[in-house]
Design a protein around this ligand. Structure first.
Ligand code: ATP
Length: 198
């Protein structure tokens, strides 16, 4: 049987409950054998520098523990230069030939997918799986809409890493937004204390 692999990229700064809800629903709905979480090394479309890669990866490791089909994929962290998803996919497909690949994204990313590096090649290499996201504006480009899409049926969750960082900086609680182990990690390492949460 063809192996079904999901790819879920992001800054994960920090990983939060909406990421986990999306990933769990994708596992079920797409009957994935494996879901690779890919923290971005250098997120070329984000203005603000993320927390150190070592922290983002450690929080991801804590969040995905206990689900054997979740895998932390470090290839973008170990690669110098900008993180282009198409390069990651090509690298992983060479390493694991013959699998069927799904690219998991939120609706906000779907709307801007035509701005991604070599998006046309990306669409040939993987099937899109898109989750609704509250506040996501705009319709995807016609060239993106022409590709097949699997809608991920998760309830809309108004959670963002930006909001979480802002809440921590303001001294507000985040207990219902991230897994307990991630909240503890943020606390222990005093992450996001000095940020304005832009
Ligand atoms: P930030 O607020 O720092 O921009 P974020 O919360 O959007 O971060 P990312 O790590 O950039 O988190 O997101 C990784 C992926 O998860 C993206 O495809 C994004 O669309 C998706 N995603 C994040 N939050 C949600 C959400 N609440 N609902 C649906 N998809 C989401």
């Amino acid at each position: 049987m063809t192996r079904r692999i999901g790819l879920f990229g992001g800054s994960f700064d920090p990983v939060h409950n909406a990421h986990l809800a999306l990933a769990r629903q994708a596992l079920r709905q797409l009957a994935l054998d494996e879901l690779r979480w890919v923290p971005a090394g250098h997120a070329w479309q984000k203005a603000q520098a993320p927390a150190a890669a070592v922290h983002r990866a450690a929080m991801l490791r804590l969040a995905i523990a206990g689900e054997p089909r979740f895998v932390l994929e470090r290839c973008e962290l170990d690669r110098p230069g900008p993180s282009y998803t198409v390069d990651t996919l090509r690298e992983l497909q060479t390493a694991t030939p013959g699998a069927q690949w799904f690219l998991l994204i939120g609706q906000d990313q779907y709307a801007g997918l035509h701005t991604w590096h070599r998006f046309d090649e990306l669409l040939r290499r993987a099937t899109l799986a898109v989750a609704l996201r509250p506040g996501a504006a705009g319709q995807a480009d016609a060239r993106v809409r022409a590709a097949p899409v699997q809608p991920i049926a998760m309830p809309p969750m108004a959670v963002s890493a930006t909001d979480i960082r802002a809440r921590v900086a303001a001294g507000a609680g985040i207990a219902d937004l991230v897994p307990p182990a991630v909240a503890d990690y943020i606390d222990q390492h005093r992450l996001y204390r000095g940020e304005t949460g832009s």
